[in-house]
Design a protein. Sequence first.
Lengths: 341, 359
Amino acid sequence: MSLTVAVGAAPRQNWLEKLGAGHIILAVALVLYPLVASDFFLTQIGGYSLIFGMLALSLMMLAGYGGMVSLAQITVAGIAAYAIAILGENNSNVLGLGWPWWIAAPFAILAAAVASALIGWISVRTEGIYTIMITLAIATATFYFAQQNYAIFNGHSGYAGIRAPVFWGVNWRDPKAFYYLCLGSAVLSYAGILYGARSTFGMTVQAIRDNPRRMRALGYHVTAHKVFAWFLAGIIAGVAGVLLVWFNGRVSPGTIGVDAAIDVLIIAVIGGLRHPIGPFLGALVVVLMQTFAIDLVGAERFNALIGLVFLVIVFISPDGILGLWGRIRPQLAQESLRSGP
Amino acid sequence: MSILDRPSSPDISRPKTSGLEISGGGMTRRQAWGLFWLLAAAVIAWLVFAVWPDWLNAILISKKAFVSAILNGITLAGLYFLVASGFTLIFGLMRNVNLAHGSLYLLGAYIGYEVANRTGYWLLGVAAGFIVLALVGVVMQIFVFRRLEGDDLRQTLVSIGISIVAADLMLAVWAGGTYQIPVPEWLDGALTLPVVTAVRSNGVSVFLTYPLYRVVVLAAAIVIGIGLWLMLHKTRVGMMVRAGVDDRAMLSASGVNVHAVFAIVFAVGAGLAGFAGVVGGSALSVAPGEDVRYLLASLVVVIVGGMGSITGAAIGALLIGLAEQIGLVYFPTYGIVLTFVIMVVVLSVRPQGIMGKAR
């Protein structure tokens, strides 16, 4: 796997070199983006891509490093979103305990992480392709449960009227503030995963992915490592869920439906599962398509289009856009050599 | 019998305890289980046939509700079995988790609706549902899944892509409305069962009536289940399928055209989904979103029953069908949790499913 590329960095470098030119350019571009972008591009494209990128990142972390393809990431995010609606304030006249955001948000993220660990604990009992089935079954069952149940999930209509917090004199639902909030969370999770992949724990998880039997024989607790990886992925998905509910102001069973669960997988696969930047790339592509393909094919046939793009990607480049780039780059390098002096 | 079972399953290899060799220390485990099942059967028979005392009616709402829930559960299980048996068959042989299976069900239902509506013959609709979907299955196997052989993650991803495109195209053709496939007259109507639900004050017993069509669906599922079992265990193709489940490379090496076997299995599996679509669309209704419902049902049924096992699919379908209908009657808004609990319990006790074989 290409994950080893980053690991090979020499130890005696200053932090700027360690960061790499690509990351610095990207960071500057992202920070300066609000100067040129309209409000629509800030939230509907920028914020949305970052949120769905984080969701897909939590999947990429499980699939890429742990070999566990989960379809329940939107369910985990949905748990955080529902927790915000239930613990904080909503105007649906159901529950709404009125906790301040700085208690409700961490609590919601923790609830999501614990739920994720539970889902992981259920699904790591089996291996390989079973994970995808079990997580899909869990995601679908949760969707139907949220739709049927009025006492906790307020049934079909879900919760509305959830407000993003206002503190430090900033309303965090304003386009610029919200964009930076999303960017900050995304950068933190991205950096966390880059760091985590090289940590002892990350290495162990990758080793378990490659050969669980050997790791078990070496004395590692395979199940515990996998479940903890699920817990960490749940934190990222939970943060994304909190941002999502603050942005939309509402959460309903449709938010955690099977379509949404599959969308997250599509984003991760289109972007590529080999490097944490892939999910964000995929999210950007999918969100752009979602926004602008409507002009091309109409709102109704959008799903067919995205399904076809997904099929093409899976067929021609299993590693998504990143894989395409990896294949094109050597050719470009050769081209430039040829056209040189 | 599971298609994965070898002749020496643990139950058979254990020495049989007949009544003659009574061991000194009381009952054997086998006898205890026998007694348990006998008791359970007696309790169920009493629950079904006896006239209930008032306290029992108070606990379980009413006898009519209880027996109806059980019957609905069993007939729904028949439908689930039809859908899930194709899913489990395809997985057992090809390691292919076909997440487009729900779409096959829905497509079969739409095709059955169109054919039955235009020709006026319901049976023609059922046949069309099976045949067209069997062809679709062969096409999918030859043009899509064969190209990705041995890469189960990509096969699964592709099947997801297919299901998205299929759902959208079906929405384009048949729009979002709800259809009901008309059931022919000779299947319509009610059957009076020899089950007394209550006794009126004037001493007349009230018998339970039940839709004839649902009973026919159950009978069809049982016949098809037995047919599948016979096909797998008594025919040459079935022998090849079972051999392929155990060792695909070896089967191929002994001169069998593995791809032909795969195509046959895919045709049968997809055809069964289409068949179930028409049959289910007549009992219930056809609408967008049903594909997800039946995909979930087949997923849970095969996770619980064990992947690749026809018997497992039958047991799983029975459990899930009963749980769903009983949940619907007794705790309506938490019904799905019961299904979920069954899945989690099975996974934690037997991760490979009730009839599944550990790999």
